[in-house]
Design a protein around this ligand. Structure first.
Ligand SMILES: Cc1cc2nc3c(=O)[nH]c(=O)nc-3n(C[C@H](O)[C@H](O)[C@H](O)COP(=O)(O)OP(=O)(O)OC[C@H]3O[C@@H](n4cnc5c(N)ncnc54)[C@H](O)[C@@H]3O)c2cc1C
Length: 346
């Protein structure tokens, strides 16, 4: 049985970010990915511009936006900034770029290799067993590693989307409580296409209700959605990320936002933070703690909004009014009503 310093299950942004950093510090790292193609993830690809600070190059962005349109049941607003606030990225291009970086750093990456079972000091695949000193579960919202660790997942959202060809000018968020509950519908333009979709917490919206809301909204906008949607769960049930020599990162750790369903930034950051904690027992993990606090605040807003329908609508309208009046900035809202703190580069 071949032994590695770290075995990482899953080659999404969380797993590859973790692997690259470890390998750059001379560690022998194996990444096992069940898909044969990287980056094939149901995702709208919207990322806050802060993601660029994590080393994702600007030329990988499909589009970037200095303004966004937000609509609710009662209001229509446009928020703008001088610098781009949000971008879109093609997940396959991101996956390919991250895999190249990982392999250049010396990571052994095996695609088409699902992890089937886990044991105390080894992981099992059809291609054989691999020993580890450290194990990182970066295997997304349905994480096998998480289940093996005995950690339940009770707080989950669902995202449904269609990648539609065409030119779409603006990034749009539709907070229509009738159609999407405490969730929202979106148009995230890419080059020559757009992700059109909807996200909501599973506690407040059944998947078929969310899809019906999405179809109704798209037909109002005269966007002919095809028959077959693509959908996936988004785990936002954070219950810890370090369990002795085992780590959970990204969606496997429940680090996506329950409010917006965004998880790419969290995946990249938590992947790097796990690597830093593996490399240095005394790593303070301040950036990860800040991320966890932010996601906790998002969870509280979600609970408030989902608790009672009228209250949820009022909170949405109040936040939009505050945004429109300049009492609240987009960045504060994105950070869960608290301004972001800067992160020191690894
Ligand atoms: C419809 C939809 C739209 C979304 N839009 C956005 C958005 O606009 N912006 C945003 O920030 N986030 C968005 N998200 C969330 C985002 O996609 C995730 O938060 C992000 O991909 C998490 O990254 P990750 O690396 O943790 O997991 P993933 O990207 O899910 O990667 C996990 C990897 O592990 C692999 N894997 C799983 N099990 C095994 C196994 N047993 N063995 C080996 N490999 C395994 C998978 O194949 C996958 O490659 C969206 C989600 C959905 C569903």
């Amino acid at each position: 049985m071949k032994r590695f310093h770290t075995v990482i299950v899953g080659a999404g942004p969380a797993g590859l970010a973790c692997a690259t950093l470890l390998a750059r510090h001379g560690k022998e790292v194996l990444v096992l990915e069940r898909n044969s193609q990287l980056g094939k993830k149901v995702c709208a690809g919207g990322i806050p511009s802060a993601t660029l600070a994590l080393g994702v190059p600007a030329d990988l962005m499909e589009r970037s936006f200095t303004s966004q349109r937000i609509r609710s049941n009662w209001q229509r607003i446009r928020i703008s900034d001088q610098a781009p606030m949000v971008c879109t990225v093609n997940r396959q291009r991101l996956g390919k770029w991250m895999a190249e970086k990982a392999q250049q750093a010396g990571v052994e990456l095996r695609t088409g290799t699902p992890v089937l079972a886990l044991a105390e000091k080894k992981v099992c695949t059809r291609a054989g067993e691999f020993g580890y000193d450290f194990l990182v579960g970066a295997d997304g919202s349905g994480s096998l590693v998480r289940r093996w660790l005995g950690i339940p997942t009770r707080r989950c959202g669902i995202g449904i989307h269609f990648q539609m060809p065409g030119e779409f000018a603006e990034m749009e968020w539709h907070l229509d409580a009738t159609l999407f509950g405490e969730g929202y519908g979106w148009i995230f333009p890419h080059q020559g296409s757009a992700s059109i979709g909807a996200y909501a917490g599973l506690a407040g919206r059944r998947p078929h209700q969310l899809l019906a809301g999405l179809r109704q909204w798209a037909s109002r906008l005269a966007i002919p959605l095809p028959e077959q949607p693509r959908a996936a769960l988004v785990n936002h049930d954070y219950r810890g990320h370090r369990f002795k020599n085992r780590f959970l990162v990204g969606d496997a750790a429940g680090l996506a936002s329950g409010l917006t369903g965004e998880g790419i930034y969290s995946a990249l950051l938590s992947g790097e933070e796990a690597a830093l904690a593996i490399l240095d027992e005394n790593h303070d993990g301040a950036a990860l703690k800040e991320l966890i606090r932010k996601q906790h605040r998002h969870g509280r807003i979600l609970d408030l909004a989902g608790g009672f329908r009228i209250g949820g609508k009022l909170i949405t309208e109040f936040l939009l009014t505050a945004l429109r009046a300049g009492l609240l900035s987009y960045h504060e809202l994105e950070m869960g009503l608290h301004p972001p703190q800067t992160r020191s580069a690894p």
